[in-house]
Write a protein that binds this ligand. Structure first.
Ligand code: F6P
Length: 343
């Protein structure tokens, strides 16, 4: 048997752990594994090489992906799709493992459903926005990094009596902001699922000040929007911050507005790609390893068009249709819990 593995979309901690698990498990059965470079691009451009047990030595704790990644969509034109099919056939691949986020898993779903490419998925992303699985790997590491940053920012906030605004990633969902903010003890957390009123944010910060808390931490997700009733951003700011292909900058505008309306010195820290970097946490290493093993077992069982998923503490297979139909929004229960600690 011969299987291919690719990692697509944004990198995240745990990708190497998943690759290692697939290679270790498959080679133990004398199955040959091919690593495809740079996501689907490698399958279209025939950038493929065999992965042996030696190829995966020492990669478990390493961030990023030894295979490289890209956001290349193989379904974007007929020529790419044809090349992908030819390379799949010329390597005599029996199946493919696609380790990806929403974009790569959507492409995987379509390749299986419309072109009968035999594949299984593994959900990864720091954003934790994939349906069908309780968690994706990468998320726990990102939350750990945000928590550590918020802990560190507390000391300067407290010493200088400042408001610290921390902008975090998460694309269109507030999972990282909510989990990182709750774990770090943020005083306000703003997420895309709940448009915020700037007047309420300022009231919360001023009431903290009146209670003698002369500093505050505000965690804001990169796609958090002001409520339509109280838009304080200019049209130009809106267009720069909420770009379809790249989000970022709401923290800076928010910090300026908070300083204006509260008169409290306010600073902004944008955590950016730090959240995607470095070594995965033990939770992510274990989840990625379990997903890798499950993906291999699914191939052996012929369960194509599905992905490995976490439900409770069990690893199961979930349909790719369910996974990519719509984004998994922040659980309302989590946001209600975060709100208890606002102000
Ligand atoms: O999906 C992961 C993520 O880091 C998002 O949180 C962020 O919005 C996006 O990727 C950034 O993408 P890029 O790496 O293309 O700049």
């Amino acid at each position: 048997m011969r299987i291919g593995v690719l990692t697509g979309g944004g990198d995240c901690p745990g990708l190497n752990a998943a690759i290692r698990a697939i290679v270790r498990r498959a080679t133990a059965d004398d199955v040959t594994v091919f690593g495809i470079r740079n996501g689907f691009r490698g399958l279209v451009e025939n950038d493929i090489e065999e992965l042996t047990r030696a190829s995966v030595i020492g990669i478990l704790p390493r961030g990023g992906t030894i295979l490289g990644t890209s956001r290349f969509n193989p379904l974007k034109d007929e020529a790419s799709l044809q090349a992908l099919k030819e390379n799949f056939a010329s390597h005599r691949l029996d199946a493919l493992v696609v380790v990806g986020g929403e974009g790569s898993l959507s492409a995987a779903r379509d390749l299986w459903r419309h072109h009968e490419i035999r594949l299984v998925g593994i959900p990864k992303t720091i954003d934790n926005d994939i349906n069908g699985t309780d968690f994706t790997f990468g998320f726990d590491t990102a939350v750990t990094i945000v928590t550590d940053a918020v802990d560190r920012l507390h000391t300067t906030a407290e010493s200088h009596h400042r408001v610290m605004v921390v902008e975090v990633m998460g694309r269109h969902t507030g999972w990282i902001a909510a989990y990182g903010g709750i774990a770090g003890g943020a005083d306000v957390i703003l997420v895309p699922e709940h448009p915020f009123r700037i007047s309420r944010v300022c009231d919360l910060l001023l009431s903290r000040q009146r209670l003698g808390r002369t500093f505050s931490i505000v965690v804001v997700a990169e796609d958090a929007h002001p409520h339509a009733d109280e838009v304080f951003l200019t049209k130009e700011q809106y267009e720069t911050i909420y770009r379809h292909d790249r989000l970022g900058g709401v923290g800076e505008a928010l910090a300026a507005e908070i300083e204006r309306c509260t008169n409290i010195q306010t600073r902004i820290t944008k955590l950016g790609y730090v959240q995607r970097g470095g070594s995965p946490t033990p939770f992510d290493r274990i989840l990625a390893t379990r997903f890798g093993i499950k993906a291999y077992e699914m191939i052996r069982a012929g369960e194509f068009g599905r992905m490995a998923a976490l439900r409770g503490n069990r690893i199961v297979s979930a349909s790719l249709d369910e996974a990519v139909g719509e984004l998994k929004r922040l659980d309302d229960e989590i946001y209600r819990l975060a709100e208890v600690f606002f102000g």
